[in-house]
Design a protein around this ligand. Sequence first.
Ligand SMILES: Cc1cc2nc3c(=O)[nH]c(=O)nc-3n(C[C@H](O)[C@H](O)[C@@H](O)COP(=O)(O)O)c2cc1C
Length: 261
Amino acid sequence: MEFKQVIGNRRTIRFFEPHKPVERAKIQTILEAANRCSRSVNADYAKAVVCYRDEMDPEVLQALKTPTATVQFDLAPVAIFWFGDTEFHVGAQARLKELFDLGALAPTHGWSHNYVDEVAYPQVVKPIADDPVLGPWMVNVETGLAMCQAMLAAVDEGLGVALSGYNVDAVKELLKVPDTWIPMWAMLVGYSAEGDGGGQRPRAPLSANYFEGHVGNPFNEDPAVTETLQQAGMIQPGMHGREAQRRQELRELADRFGLPL
Ligand SMILES: Cc1cc2nc3c(=O)[nH]c(=O)nc-3n(C[C@H](O)[C@H](O)[C@@H](O)COP(=O)(O)O)c2cc1C
């Protein structure tokens, strides 16, 4: 699938084909996409545990749920639980030196083995890792990057995908998660049972949130570019104006899966 189409097709899917298994090759592709995300100090922030619903004890599956994450756990054949490693600084010096030796980090920009040992690690990386606010902030951002690439890879593989909260305490114990990993989100993966999900979710125009030069000077869309992006499938018809059709689809899904409406 073209990249812009992948971005346009992605939306939170909450109804999955419950008995259509996800090929393991597709799960591997999703994880490889995450593994290729950009990351500071070339660290492995993102950790993931792939769980197959049908291999889970039904009581455990029940224990994972939260008020905002219920039926989707029953319907999705796969849940990938994501965590962020707070020990990202371990081995950072060696990894930065490797990047230097390979020429990814260049002396033109001030890099050397000494710079790693005397500046980059002790003055930048370690203080961030030791800071109770900055450390987790870094881990959260970096893990989010990996999860985003994973989601897009899932869409590219023709799958539906959703991020969801879950009962962290239950999962930590069940999956033997170390205390140094920050729990993030569950990524539910399966074949979508809801067509195109009812259209793209409402989004503000760029000018509401993005600026040029300084805050307050909105980045205004060029209509010709918008049209190109519409043709490429990145910007798709939204949900407004399709409410009746979507309600009908929800009724059919509720009937099919025996869910209350
Ligand atoms: C980090 C994250 C966590 C989310 N957690 C939940 C959740 O627990 N339950 C749920 O129903 N939707 C969850 N969502 C979906 C969003 O709340 C929202 O429904 C959706 O409109 C986001 O837009 P999208 O459809 O383009 O993904 C989550 C989304 C993100 C990005």
